[in-house]
Ligand binder design. Structure first.
Ligand code: HXC
Length: 268
């Protein structure tokens, strides 16, 4: 259940955020809270009507918002969303890579193209967006005054690959790559451009495609210390921490926000 935010409502005042997958699910939950805390919001998603609806909802709450229909697997779409955001709002400070693809399937029945499809969306798509955005995120980057500090990137990951997860070989591999991209960019762009790059690994979050498609029927008191699903709000609060000055010394980490679920085992 969403609670009152512990953060001041103006902590992201003047900032501009672009979120892939930002029109639905966890991505929209993040868009909403970034907007409520002062940021202008650009959302990118594959389905135009979902993007339009998200933009309308954000605007109805007084959040400056715009949207781009596009697929992170398409470099032109990625560039169009980044350039369009800067054209619309004049700058870019925060990139959240929340676009993801998933389905449950035994490895034996997963075609190489099915594996590649999820790698392309989650891993290559994340890199493509970062690559298109870096010139605007860097300290003193285009559209910023020279005194401006560097921006930040937050990659939405998962905990699937910390161990091994049934029927998720493709997503596990893709999220492992995402975490590696997070660390490499944190090193290179943190050092050279003052851009902080971090990740968030959500646990099961209620009212999302992740939970309804992947079903996690084994969440019980026995294997979940907090015995509950998380809320989109929980993930959004973690993003606010990382994107705001509260997280200004955090770089290259992927923060697990799952109530301790991934490390739990049944009581013996
Ligand atoms: C086996 C499948 C499949 C399935 C697709 N494929 N669905 N294989 N089981 N259920 C295979 C296809 O056969 C094809 O390979 C290849 O994948 C590409 O399929 P397309 O349908 O052409 O791809 P596309 O239309 O681009 O769809 C992408 C998608 C789709 C990933 C398949 O499901 C999708 O984008 N879903 C939307 C987003 C989503 O699910 N979001 C939730 C993420 S949750 P062949 O060989 O036949 O050509 C998340 C959380 C993780 O990430 C952590 C949870 C706790």
């Amino acid at each position: 259940m969403a609670a009152e935010s512990p953060f001041r409502p103006e902590i992201l005042k003047g900032k501009v955020a672009l979120l892939t997958g930002g029109a639905s699910g966890i991505g929209y939950g993040i868009s909403l809270e970034l907007g409520k805390h002062g940021a202008s919001i650009a959302v990118m998603g594959r389905r135009k009507h979902i993007v339009d609806s998200a933009v309308s909802s954000l605007r109805s709450l007084g959040v400056p918002a715009t949207g781009f229909a596009g697929d992170v697997r398409n470099r032109e779409d990625a560039a169009r969303a980044v350039e369009g955001t800067v054209k619309h709002f004049g700058r870019l400070d925060i990139l959240v890579n929340a676009a993801a693809g998933n389905f449950l399937t035994p490895a034996e029945h997963l075609s190489p193209n099915g594996f590649k499809t999820v790698m392309d969306i989650d891993a290559v798509g994340t890199f493509t967006m970062c690559h298109e955005a870096v010139k605007y995120l860097k300290k003193g980057g285009e559209g910023k005054d020279p005194s401006h500090v560097g921006g930040t990137i937050i990659n939405i990951s998962a905990t699937l690959h910390y161990t091994a997860t049934w029927y998720q070989i493709h997503v596990s591999a893709a999220k492992a790559a995402v975490d590696s991209v997070t660390r490499s960019l944190a090193l290179e762009w943190g050092t050279d451009y003052d851009i902080r790059v971090n990740g968030i690994a959500p646990g099961p979050i209620q009212d999302t495609a992740g939970v309804s498609k992947l079903v996690l029927p084994n969440i019980t008191k026995e294997n979940d210390p907090l015995f509950r699903l998380g809320d989109k709000w929980d993930i959004a609060m973690a993003v606010l921490y990382l994107a705001s000055d509260a997280g200004k010394f955090v770089n290259g980490t992927t923060m697990v926000v799952d109530g301790g679920q991934w490390l739990s085992k049944p009581r013996s």
